[in-house]
Design a protein around this ligand. Structure first.
Ligand code: COI
Length: 355
């Protein structure tokens, strides 16, 4: 079998070499899965720490039919991206934030979790081993998907006796088929995404399949995605199936406050900080759906989505439109974010991790 590329053994700075690229039509990338060469796997039993992680060839995994994750959904996932810079470096964006979020999620789901350092190291190794799949500058990113799964076999409802941490990767570009065109969102009336006391605030896999039906119905009607309202009053904005939401009014930028039902997006948090630094009045608050009427701009944020302008939001038969032309706050913020992520803007925040 082929030797596994080692981050430790590579000459420094390893990523600067002229890399060979994988055979990919970089101009055709969307957000579909392109399998890459390697994945990282690490296991532990319930009462032990994770250890012995290593890279394997990317392949199917064997799992017991009675694995807790398959029967009871004891699983978490993360998403982060690696980008190439114009001068040939490879940068990760705040992987420690994903590591911390996975740890908090693991506490909520009563799972063992890797340490922050183990998580970040696994992401680095996975990216380095798959570096020929990182798109050329300006053509997309390598999306990295860490998974934490309760893989131990169980029958009664209880935490798994064994856990598996996996990191795999796929080159991607735009999440939505609209590309960078403004999104048209539909406000869901029947389903909610999360409710108080539930697990909406953590990135458990169980938050995602229940929204598929709402997304499918909205897509059939020509919308890009679904915007959910709060479960109690059905009055406040929560989030979109795949991303957080922001509204802009003059110099004010608001996003729904996290209260246990809203995912604490790494991009959400970063955009809040960038916006504050650029002089905007930034607020995390409960946003009544009626505030949309007065909004100048609306945009979504997420690792997969980036920062996506929203052109319209429809509730029942009422469609509200937002500014999508000319100078946009969302464009300005995204340009700073992408500048940092691709090394075009100097990172004074200590967010970027070079491998
Ligand atoms: C991400 O943005 O990384 C996510 O996990 C959202 C997912 C629906 C692709």
């Amino acid at each position: 079998s082929q030797p596994v590329p080692s981050l430790q053994k590579a000459s420094q700075p390893s990523a600067r070499r002229e890399d060979e690229y994988a055979d990919v039509d970089w101009d055709q990338l969307g957000f579909g899965l392109t399998p890459t060469d390697y994945m990282y796997i690490m296991r532990c039993s319930k009462d032990e720490d994770f250890k012995g992680g290593r890279l394997n060839r990317y392949a199917n995994i064997e799992i017991s039919p009675s694995a807790c994750v398959l029967n009871y959904g004891q699983g978490l996932y993360e998403g982060t991206k690696a980008n190439r810079t114009e001068d040939g470096r490879i940068l990760l964006f705040r992987p420690d934030q994903n590591a911390t979020r996975m740890k908090l999620g693991a506490e909520r789901m009563l799972m063992s979790s890797p340490s922050i350092q183990q998580f970040v190291d696994a992401v680095k190794q996975t990216v380095f081993a798959n570096k020929r799949w990182i798109p050329p500058p300006g053509k997309g990113s390598l999306y990295v998907r860490p998974l934490l799964l309760g893989t131990g076999a169980i029958l009664g409802l209880a935490p798994a006796p064994e856990y598996t941490f996996i990191v795999y990767a796929s080159p991607v570009r735009n999440y939505f088929k609209e590309g960078t065109a403004p999104l048209n969102l539909y406000i869901e009336e029947e389903f909610v995404r999360a409710s108080p006391g539930g697990a909406g605030g953590v990135k458990t896999i169980t938050n995602y399949a229940p929204v598929l039906k709402a997304i499918a119905r909205a897509k059939e009607r020509g919308f890009s995605d679904v915007l959910y309202l709060d479960a109690v009053d059905r009055k406040y904005l929560e989030e979109v199936s795949s991303c957080n939401i922001f509204i802009v009014k003059g110099n004010h930028i608001s996003t729904p406050a996290t209260n246990g039902t809203i995912l604490e997006g790494v991009t959400r948090k970063s955009i809040l900080e960038i916006a504050r630094g650029q002089g905007y009045q930034v607020e995390e608050r409960a946003i009544p759906v009626d505030d949309l009427v007065d909004a100048d701009e609306v945009f979504c944020t997420g690792t997969a989505v980036g920062v996506a302008p929203v052109g319209s939001i429809t509730r029942r038969d009422r469609r509200i439109e937002f500014k999508t032309e000319g100078s946009l706050v969302s464009k300005e913020l995204y340009s700073t974010l992408v500048g940092l992520q691709t090394g075009r803007i100097e990172d004074k925040k200590g967010w970027m991790v070079e491998i």
